[in-house]
Write a protein of this length. Structure first.
Length: 57
């Protein structure tokens, strides 16, 4: 998921340099959403992993 966020960020940078502001804005929004989703999933899995680890040991 982070790969896709970085890909959309690169697409946004290239589109921004080419002057395609509409495409660049949309790509930045998608990249930001994907990065936020990956961050939320990471935090959820981290908390779940720590709580399950404590119950197992």
């Amino acid at each position: 998921m982070i790969k896709l966020a970085l890909l959309f960020l690169v697409i946004a940078l290239i589109a921004g340099l080419a002057g395609l502001t509409g495409i660049a804005g949309a790509a930045v929004d998608i990249a930001f959403f994907l990065f936020g989703l990956a961050l939320v999933l990471f935090i959820i899995l981290l908390v779940l992993g720590l709580t399950v680890f404590k119950k197992v040991t």
